[in-house]
Design a protein around this ligand. Structure first.
Ligand code: BG6
Length: 478
């Protein structure tokens, strides 16, 4: 049985819903220079905002002006919690400003007050890909140790301002995406770095991640100092990696490949470098900037809970590529192959509900920490019908199957689970493609890829379905 205070709800991120990219003193962030893409066209990073380019995050779904209407709809579904992020570039527009931007702080006061007025618990990510562009361009992003202090100040400002309104926090969203350092988008949005321009992108990825781990640990300590009631989690993208066959090389390779998630959760949940990482640094001959003080802080600032997203699983086959089990093995690795037992979405994301239970068990056995599923959902091509709704049975089927597995992990495996949040509970701009066409919500938003549309909100079929799920605390999934 799920606990009585189980946090059912949904999740979005500031840059994917707010729009208003240059209002009330907001600075540019790294996503403000990302062009529109699609499944086959990668988003590009432009040098500042360029005329003639299309930047979907500049308008998103205009939640900056419509958040009250949206929160009212979430309340109708019975949400207990809503996850969003604070956009760092609204609070410290350049990242290194002397003073925070009061208009930005006041905006989030209004957002959190509105949630509380509806009995909705805010769950807040400090960095969901919204690093001030100035820090990326002038400091080299998280490749620079100075960002630890900049972030600590930003985090402290947020804790001091909102600690009576926000109890649940997370530091860096999907901090492990950048493990796939050959993908330019991930490095840019995780860390504000261009790995393709680095002399040794792999080393830079580990160095940037290290500075983020230290920054995250300092934020945990600051939060507890400011208000011992605050709970701070990490956030990783949890993707199981299965061996393609029972060949021992596949099994070993899958273990190594799983470090794409576990390296990041190990550091933040356990607070020390695992042997496999220390050996990798040794083999590479890297002189990493990791000080004794850093190691003390990592140990002292472990997280209160493990937050993660779950969408899909991966499968690896040693025979499909070069034999080197010691490289970081990311999803771009040629040895990552199709799994004949699981179907995929239109965007090639493998639909695998049991993979969620697999990760829940793996995390529980490794860390024995409270867990929080802070993203799960499916992106679908959808259109409003004549009745002004969307018959999104495919979404209902996807969520039902995942909730069933989640409940088994709690009931049968003993996982300590705090809550479950559906990603993109109102259609957001897609992170990876910048599309509106890839829709996730219980609520349809009339905005098209080019920003046209009325912006009006419409309830999909899943809206009532999820209301019943929440009302029955997960018993009524019909
Ligand atoms: C996660 C991110 O990667 O998955 C979200 O935390 C993102 O920001 C979500 O939107 C779904 O991905 P996408 O690319 O389909 O929007």
């Amino acid at each position: 049985m799920l606990r009585d205070d189980f946090l059912w709800g949904g999740a979005v991120a500031a840059h994917q819903v707010e729009g208003a990219y240059d209002e009330d003193g907001k600075g540019l962030s790294v996503v403000d220079v990302l062009t529109a893409g699609s499944h086959s066209v990668p988003r590009r990073i432009t040098d500042g905002v360029q005329p003639g380019e299309v930047y979907p995050n500049h308008w998103a779904i205009d939640a900056y002006h419509r958040f009250e209407e949206d929160i009212e709809l979430f309340a109708q579904m019975g949400f207990k919690a809503l996850r969003t992020s604070i956009d760092w570039s609204r609070i410290y527009p350049q990242g290194d400003d002397d003073q925070p931007n009061e208009a930005g702080l006041a905006f989030y006061d209004r957002v959190f007050d509105c949630m509380r007025a509806h009995g909705i618990e805010p769950v807040v990510t400090l960095v969901h890909f919204e690093i001030p562009l100035h820090l990326a361009k002038e400091y080299g992003g998280w490749g620079n140790r100075q960002l630890i202090d900049r972030f600590e100040r930003y985090a402290t400002t947020c804790f001091e301002r909102y600690h009576q309104k926000v109890t649940y926090w997370m530091t860096f969203n999907e901090i492990n995406n950048q493990y796939n350092f050959r993908n330019e988008l991930y490095g840019w949005t995780n860390s504000g770095v261009r790995f393709s321009q680095a002399a040794d992108p792999e080393r830079l990825m580990y160095q940037a991640a290290h500075y983020e781990f230290v920054a995250s640990a300092r934020a945990v300590m600051a939060a507890h100092r400011i208000d011992p009631a605050l709970k701070v989690g990490c956030m990783v993208a949890a993707n199981p990696v299965y061996p393609f066959s029972c060949h021992p090389d596949d099994a070993l390779l899958a273990m190594d490949a799983q470090h794409d998630t576990l390296f990041f959760s190990d550091l933040q949940c356990r607070g020390y470098y695992p042997g496999y990482a220390r050996k990798l640094f040794e083999r590479r001959g890297w002189d990493m900037d990791i000080t004794a003080r850093d190691l003390d802080e990592l140990a002292a600032g472990t997280v209160d809970y493990l937050g993660y997203s779950y969408y899909l699983s991966n499968t690896i086959d040693h025979a499909a590529g070069p034999a080197d089990g010691y490289d970081p093995i990311a999803c771009s690795d040629p040895r990552m192959v199709d799994n004949p037992f699981v179907p995929s979405t239109d965007w090639g994301w493998r639909i695998d509900p049991k993979g969620l239970r697999y990760m829940m068990k793996l995390f529980d056995e490794r860390y024995a920490l409270p867990q929080f599923i802070v993203e799960n959902g499916i992106g679908l091509v959808e259109e409003l019908n004549a009745a002004g709704t969307v018959e999104d049975d495919a979404r209902i089927a996807y969520l039902r199957a995942h909730i069933e597995q989640m409940e088994r992990a709690v009931d049968e495996d003993g996982v300590d689970l705090m809550g479950y949040l559906v990603w993109g509970c109102i259609d957001p701009v897609s992170y990876s493609t910048g599309e509106m066409k890839k829709r996730y919500g219980f609520i349809y938003v009339d905005v098209n890829d080019d920003g046209s549309g009325t912006g009006d909100r419409f309830k999909k079929k899943s809206f009532d379905w999820y209301r019943k799920v929440i009302q029955s605390n997960g018993k009524d999934l019909a």
